[in-house]
Design a protein around this ligand. Sequence first.
Ligand code: NAD
Ligand code: MG
Length: 388
Amino acid sequence: METKKQIAILGSTGSIGTQALEVIRDNPELFSVEVLTANSNSDLLIKQALEFKPNAVVIGQDKKYKGLFEALDSHGIKVYAGEEAISQIVEMEEIDLVLAAIVGYAGLKSTLAAINANKQIALANKETLVVAGDIITSLAREKGVNIYPVDSEHSAIFQCLVGEHENPIEKIYLTASGGPFRGKDLNYLESVKKEEALKHPNWDMGDKITIDSATLMNKGLEVIEARWLFHLKPEQIDVIVHPQSIIHSIVQFEDGSMKAQMGLPDMKLPIQYAMGYPTRVKSDYKRFNFSDYAELTFEKPDTKTFRNLALAYKSLEKGGNLSCILNAANEVAVEAFLKDQIGFLAIPDMIERVMDEATFIKNPTYEDYIASDGEARELAGNLMKQFV
Ligand code: NAD
Ligand code: MG
């Protein structure tokens, strides 16, 4: 009998995907790889496939298919290409758990397909819940699918909730490192370049989330993610800046007691907790040493300077399709910043304009979300000229 958990990693060549493979490499008796997917990095995908011997691989870009096929076919690994194929492959019968680690809106469709196919989900792709949290969580409930959070803050909350099933949450505190520009003012931020924004003090992540961490949009997206994962009202979710990134988040219960989850910042921990749940997988990762940290400190986030966090709360309070609009505008703005087309402070300006101008829909359907994403991207694209 097969007792290993058979895993599909969507986005295996990214920061989360490669760390998930490290976890699997260290625990071959617990996990096996069924499927790997990537967008364009076929060289790394080939290397991963030759090591982990999945049943199938999928590459997003069609033009990379031939090289991939030539490298893997003789090893008995099935090769597919195209966006559609990523959403179809998750239906494979052998898969127990899908790790959704594609970045951005591009991860929505395949995550939805995986839930529809009754696969358990380890969710790194927070944008999925930001865009369509109501649809994703109600479909998961209907299908009896568990969504295990990979995001470190949400994993922390999830870990604090184990054994607390009967006890309502009063509020949660999501911790934020504050990013590379903590304490800086608008004057300073006006001229910062992507090279500085890409230097995160505590975490080594993909470019998009690293910029989101510098603008505090990452924490904004996480507030929305938490709302859907833990069924909370916006006023039950607070953000606290904790520059050492040792406390990963906190739950406060109705008796006033607070539980926090701690550890050194290493994404392999929440990744393996999500993949191994309910088992804690033994590891030899570096342990926290109290003498390395004379103090753990906390401060309020500066939402006047880092307006993205306030915009995310606004989208959550107004509801409807506004978080979907916020997400699309943010993806366009971050990409433009990474291409040196707009300045750092233009990011929140663009998002706010798009949120004001895009069509608001109170009770959106899935099709409405797709249309809103498209409309918001077009508006953001048109606004670009004003911000260069
Ligand atoms: P990354 O950019 O390093 O990797 C993204 C992966 O997605 C790559 O494998 C890429 O090939 C694939 N991909 C990108 N666009 C695609 C497309 N259009 N179609 C198909 N595949 C596509 O990103 P990351 O840092 O690993 O982040 C992945 C997700 O996890 C994001 O949603 C991020 O917010 C979340 N997350 C990441 C971290 C972290 O430490 N990196 C922490 C918490 C949450
Ligand atoms: Mg996080």
